[in-house]
Write a protein that binds this ligand. Structure first.
Ligand code: SF4
Length: 337
């Protein structure tokens, strides 16, 4: 694989929830690339399709519902050969999960097994993928706990999830995801359940691990402050679509899609900065209205009911991509992003 080839190319990913005789489109034509050593942040409100996108790449969509996925998710190996995560067999996907793609979930308490010591849970992945004996797998689990800088790692091996703090449980989740040294780490709101000081520790830890291993990371969050410090590229999702893609500095300096502009205007830091500059209190902004119901989308732009720049064409025609070199937006507004 040459240095410019993406590790993962997601193209026109569509996820539909099958209901009765119909299909509800929940993710609509999502495309992005993940590169070694780089982080792509997928941002947007709850319900915008971020987590569904991640779960579909892991083939972990809820089994109590019927789904239809189309598009491509091409994973490259070091020789440049690709395979499509959406097409391979369930057995093949089980081998890749944990081995080449790791995932960290939002709430570790619901993901860790409450009746198994955490060391056992980490070692299980190594035994499965590396076919190591019990003792060697336990040593790997210990190394993984040390790598995520958990205090008293040897003692923690035999402790149960309820004996650990929230921050330590999230470190265990990271150790589980990283123990087989995956090429891609998908982190779905990994710090949302933690207080801010622990959040910063976990995020810095993840950045350090990425530097050490060169893995690529898909970071799902609604926290733009986190994105600014921990991602190289950003894809903004709204109503199941990516509506803007850009390098992180471009996106923060010149947000181009009205939804992204609205998200950034909501940041308390921006209000504080304006207040300092003007000497007046600046009220926090919000984006009026609600995200649309996915079964009631019109033919035009899904953001139209909330967009202050909405034009007649926005109500009748879905916008196409407008692009400059590294910055793209899906919007009818004139001019390049
Ligand atoms: Fe607003 Fe129209 Fe652009 Fe949609 S297409 S974001 S409604 S200006």
């Amino acid at each position: 694989m040459n240095a410019t080839q993406p590790r993962l190319q997601v193209r026109d990913l569509q996820i539909r929830l099958l209901q009765g005789h119909g299909a509800l489109p929940l993710v609509r034509g999502v495309s992005f690339d993940l590169h070694d050593g780089k982080t792509l942040a997928l941002v947007g409100e709850s319900g915008s399709g971020k987590s569904l996108t991640a779960l579909s790449l892991m083939r972990l969509l809820a089994r109590n519902a019927r789904w239809e996925c189309s598009g491509q998710a091409l994973l490259s190996d070091d020789d440049g050969k690709t395979l499509d995560l959406l097409q391979i067999s369930d057995e093949h996907m089980r081998q890749l999960r944990g081995e080449r793609i790791g995932m960290i979930f939002q709430e570790p308490m619901t993901c860790l097994n409450p009746v198994l010591p955490v060391g056992e849970q980490i070692a299980e992945s190594v035994r499965l993928h590396r076919r190591l004996d019990h003792r060697s797998a336990r040593m790997q689990a210990l190394r993984a706990l040390e790598q995520v800088e958990i205090p008293s790692a040897r003692q923690r091996l035999d402790e149960y999830p309820h004996q650990l703090s929230g921050g330590m449980r999230q470190r265990v989740m990271i150790a589980m995801a990283m123990v087989c040294e995956p090429q891609i780490l998908i982190a779905d709101e990994p710090t949302t359940a933690l207080d801010v000081t622990i959040q910063a520790q976990i995020l810095n830890l993840m950045s350090r691990l990425q530097e050490q291993t060169g893995m690529s990371m898909l970071f799902i969050t609604h926290n733009l402050g986190v994105v600014a410090h921990h991602a190289e590229r950003v894809a903004v999702m709204y109503a199941g679509q990516v509506v803007e893609r850009a390098d992180v500095h471009d996106l923060f300096a010149q947000p181009s899609h009205p939804y992204t502009q609205g998200l950034l205007a909501c940041l308390p830091g921006r209000a504080r900065q304006q207040a300092r500059q003007t000497g007046r209190t600046v009220p926090l902004q919000d984006i009026g209205g609600q995200a649309p119901a996915m079964d009631a989308l019109g033919p035009g732009c899904s953001f139209a009911p909330r967009c202050s720049a909405c034009m007649p064409v926005c109500l009748s025609q879905a916008p196409a991509w407008r692009a400059s070199a590294a910055h793209q937006r899906m919007c009818h507004l004139e001019g390049q992003p």
